[in-house]
Design a protein around this ligand. Sequence first.
Ligand SMILES: [Zn+2]
Length: 283
Amino acid sequence: MMMVGPPGAGKTLLATCMPGLLGNTSPTKAFELALIRDLLGLEFEAGRPFRAPHHSTTGVGLIGGGRTACPGEASLAHGGVLFLDELPEYPRAVLDLLRQPLESGEVCISRARGVFHYPAAFQLIAAMNPCPCGYAGDDSNECCCSASTVRRYQARVSGPLMDRIDLHVGLERQTAATLLATETDGASSDAVRCRVNGTQIRQLERQGTLNAGLSGGALLCHCAMDQTVQRWFEGVSDQLQLSGRAIHKTLRVARTLADMAQEEEIGEVALLEALSYRSRLPQ
Ligand SMILES: [Zn+2]
């Protein structure tokens, strides 16, 4: 997930809530994480990990390597969340290294004495301001960046990594009234965790893997649509000039939304919501 919003929108707070919403990790993943921590001389920690490496981190620090081919932050986030705040501040070459673990859930480090495989199946949560000053699109603060500065800033993160992020979410700054309100209409963490668990069980029972693990024919097979809906989606995809990857990504997200609503078939509403999560940044 990528969150774009001004300072004070609560991006970091939302990211830190994420491990708690994912429920318990599997015993296998917990064991693998314990081994990774042990390799690095770190103590055992229960629960899903939350790792937030600084943008000054090196490629070795992020995905592992070095003289001893040790695991990096991506593996320390195994089964949990890897949070990258201020995404445009990370060097592009470092970010590009994340493509491998994002696709395969593991990191491979080649050395003369062999190839080291470390598990690295994490949820990537990235955050950024809409522009260098942070206030582009904000009603109450004036943005002082020129159009070309904003374009250059946003273009720093476009490309292959952004292409692999399923959910792009825009956030607004929270007003004091919202922050001080005692009554909220949001669901509690417990309720969300229950919904996440229910959705995961539904997916595992149907196809033996989470929707994130579906690709190619299996994805199409489990994304059944009504004929009319399918024709409509084909037209919309053409109009928006969606790439093959983008169409599959939209289907996968729509499948998850339909699962959350406990619906067998993907409908227009799920597809429209899934389309709303695509990136608005220049590619
Ligand atoms: Zn600005």
